[in-house]
Write a protein that binds this ligand. Structure first.
Ligand code: GDP
Length: 192
C-alpha cells in the first residue's frame, strides 16, 4: 500500500520548481554542482550519467520503494534545476515541506558552508517538525576530500538532522538515503 506521496523538488543553486507552494513539496537543495540531479537519476534509473543535466531539466521522475514494515513509499520528483527566477518564492516552499534534503560535495568546503545556510533558512521558514537530511555526496572522491566525515556528523547532530555520505557515481548509500527519508516521514493515522 502506498501511504505517502513524497514530492521532491530538486533545487539548483537556489533553484526552483514548477509547483504551486500549496502542493506541499519537499525540497532537495544544495549548491550547483554538488550532484543533486545525479543522485536523483541514480535512485530512479540506477545509472550515473554526468552529461544528463540538460535532459533532466524540469522533468518528472518517480520511484517507489518498499520498507521492511511492508509499507511502500512513492517518491515523485520534479527536477527543475536551473529555474532560479523563482528564488524569491523559496521560503513559501520551505513552509510546506515535510522533508528537506540538503546536499553538499565532500570535496568542496564552500558547498558545506552553503549547506549550513540552507539549514538555517529551513529552520527559520520551515515547519517545526520538518525532517532534515544532511548529505555529503561524491564520497568516491576520497583523495580530494576536504570536509571530514566528523564535520558532517557533528553539524547534523547539533541540528537534529540525520547524516549520510553518498556517491551517485558508485551508487553508495543512494538507496539508503531515500529509505532513511521514507522511514522518517510522518505516518498517517491508522485506519479506524
Ligand atoms: P547539481 O547541480 O547539484 O544537480 O549537480 P549534478 O547532478 O549536475 O552534478 C554535477 C557534477 O558532479 C557532474 O559533473 C557529475 O558528474 C558530478 N557528480 C555528481 N555526483 C557525483 C558523485 O557521486 N561522484 C563524482 N565523482 N562526481 C559526481
Amino acid at each position: 500500500k502506498v501511504y505517502h506521496g513524497f514530492k521532491l523538488a530538486v533545487l539548483a543553486t537556489f533553484g526552483l520548481f514548477l509547483l504551486e507552494p500549496s502542493d506541499n513539496v519537499d525540497v532537495l537543495v544544495g549548491d550547483s554542482g554538488v550532484g543533486k540531479s545525479c543522485i536523483v537519476l541514480r535512485f530512479v534509473r540506477g545509472q550515473f550519467d554526468p552529461t544528463s543535466k540538460v535532459t533532466v531539466g524540469a522533468s518528472f521522475l518517480s520511484q517507489t520503494i518498499a520498507l521492511q514494515d511492508s509499507t511502500t513509499v512513492k517518491f515523485e520528483i520534479w527536477d527543475t534545476a536551473g529555474q532560479e527566477r523563482y528564488a524569491a518564492l523559496a521560503p513559501l516552499y520551505y513552509r510546506g515541506a515535510a522533508v528537506a534534503v540538503i546536499v553538499y560535495d565532500i570535496t568542496s568546503p564552500e558547498s558545506f558552508t552553503k549547506a549550513q545556510y540552507w539549514v538555517k533558512e529551513l529552520q527559520k521558514h520551515g515547519s517545526p517538525d520538518i525532517v532534515m537530511a544532511l548529505v555529503g555526496n561524491k564520497a568516491d572522491l576520497q583523495e580530494k576530500r576536504e570536509v571530514t566525515v566528523q564535520d558532517g556528523i557533528d553539524y547534523a547532530e547539533k541540528n537534529g538532522m540525520f547524516f549520510i555520505e553518498t556517491s551517485a557515481k558508485t551508487a553508495d548509500n543512494i538507496n539508503q538515503l531515500f529509505e532513511e527519508i521514507a522511514k522518517r516521514l510522518p505516518r498517517p493515522p491508522p485506519p479506524t
